[in-house]
Ligand binder design. Structure first.
Ligand SMILES: [Zn+2]
Length: 91
């Protein structure tokens, strides 16, 4: 049986996913997926984990300076809470 990390790699090779949706899929805490993804990033070399930054769906503000994977809760520009989370994929 493949490990969860192997399954995550397979999923991210097929499509873009947010960490929360991966966590939901495996019914585990987001924290566990955070650890997985750090491990995955190292183990897939020379492939790369590509990240699309979180973005405000209202005004298009991009949360570039957020280095960590945690989802921002509020847009600093328009103050709306309609945030598209960062998504990951493997190339
Ligand atoms: Zn905004």
């Amino acid at each position: 049986m493949p490990t969860r990390r192997e399954e995550i790699i397979k999923l991210l090779e097929e499509r873009e996913l947010s960490l929360q949706s991966i966590a939901n899929k495996f019914c585990v805490d987001l924290k566990e997926i955070l650890e997985d993804i750090e491990h995955v990033e190292k183990s897939i070399r020379p492939k790369k984990l590509k990240r699309r930054h979180a973005e405000c769906k209202n005004c298009g503000f991009v949360f570039k300076e957020r280095s960590k994977i945690k989802k921002p809760s509020k847009c600093p520009r328009c103050k709306k809470e309609w945030i598209q989370p960062a998504v990951f994929r493997i190339e």
